[in-house]
Design a protein around this ligand. Structure first.
Ligand code: MEV
Length: 306
């Protein structure tokens, strides 16, 4: 018998990095890409992983070399332990993810959540969203060091969220009008843990206070349906992220190209230094996407947040 489960990707609309320091963030699911996990009976425990958007093929012999596969193995063992199942299960787990790794699209959290869901279904064990979050958060710590928890939160809920780390605040946002986003990947991989650790070296209280104001204004605009007014706030958020040192020439080039092609606003999204940008579109997504490919984007996704 084969069991399958999946989890979607995510983007941060406002507030990345600041959210690690207790400012709020707004994040949304990207349901056009998924991490898929299947489990089947096997002679012995086997773990295989494939990330086809980056043409990476991993299998057990690469385990020591791959942080992400190591994190997946930890997720499997802690989930089996949570369900009081022995570690030595004779199962073959295949991770097949469309979400680019180290691109700020939540690949680490999505793979962990898909693994936990697949084990839960395979062994017919129910799991609450709180326990799912706690298990996925442990994997996030392996990837990030000091994660805010926004990635597993938005991926589990599959809804746009207004999130704060402490005291933990989770508001599921109701959108009056959908948000059309073009997501462009620089193709440059970047480790969230390293970028978050670099940001920590300096005091950015002033920038984080400004990001907090932008994020709160954005929540009001999203809830009142004035989504096109988010553009200038995205531009301002990008400038503040640049000031704290997490942009890169590749990200800035894509942000500029998106604006020149008619995007209403654009910013880097996620940890930065590489990864992706998001551009706000108004019925001109395709033109923006084409311009981003011409400007050197590795790949482009289109998504409607609703
Ligand atoms: C990563 O998606 C967003 C960061 O704010 C880190 C975190 O919140 O854990 C950079």
């Amino acid at each position: 018998m084969k069991t399958t489960a999946s989890a979607c990707g995510k983007v941060i609309l406002f507030g990345e990095h600041a959210v690690v320091y207790n400012s709020p963030a707004i994040a949304a699911p990207v349901i056009s890409v998924h991490a898929n996990v299947s489990i089947a009976e096997s002679e012995k425990f086997i773990l295989d992983a494939r990330n086809y958007s980056r043409e990476i093929n991993l299998s057990k012999e690469h385990l020591e070399k791959s942080d992400s596969l190591f994190a997946s193995q930890e997720t499997i063992f802690s989930t089996l332990k949570h369900f009081k199942l022995g570690k030595r299960q004779k199962i073959r787990i295949i991770i097949d993810s469309e979400i680019p790794i180290e691109a700020g699209l939540g690949s680490g959290a999505a793979v962990a959540i898909a693994i936990i869901r697949a084990i839960s279904v395979h062994f017919k064990k129910k799991i609450s969203n709180n326990d799912l979050y706690d298990l996925a958060f442990k994997t996030e710590e392996l990837h990030h060091g000091t994660p805010s928890g926004v990635d597993p939160t938005v991926i589990i809920n599959e809804k746009p969220v207004f999130f704060k780390k402490d005291p933990k605040t989770l508001e599921l946002l109701t959108l009056k009008n959908p948000i059309q986003l073009v997501i462009a990947d620089t193709g440059v991989q970047s480790k969230t843990s390293e970028v978050v650790a670099d940001v920590k070296k300096n005091n950015h209280d002033e920038e984080f206070a400004e990001i907090r104001i932008l994020t709160e204004q954005a929540r009001d605009l999203i809830e009142s349906g004035e989504v096109l007014r988010l553009g200038p706030l995205m531009d301002d958020n990008h400038e503040l992220l640049k000031t704290i040192g997490v942009s890169s020439p590749e990200l800035d080039k894509l942000v500029d190209a998106a604006r020149e092609a008619g995007a209403i606003g654009a910013k880097l999204s996620g940890a930065g230094r590489g990864g992706h940008i998001i551009a706000l579109a108004d019925e001109n997504s395709k033109a923006i996407g084409n311009a981003l490919m011409d400007a050197g984007a590795h790949r482009v996704f289109y998504t409607e947040i609703k």
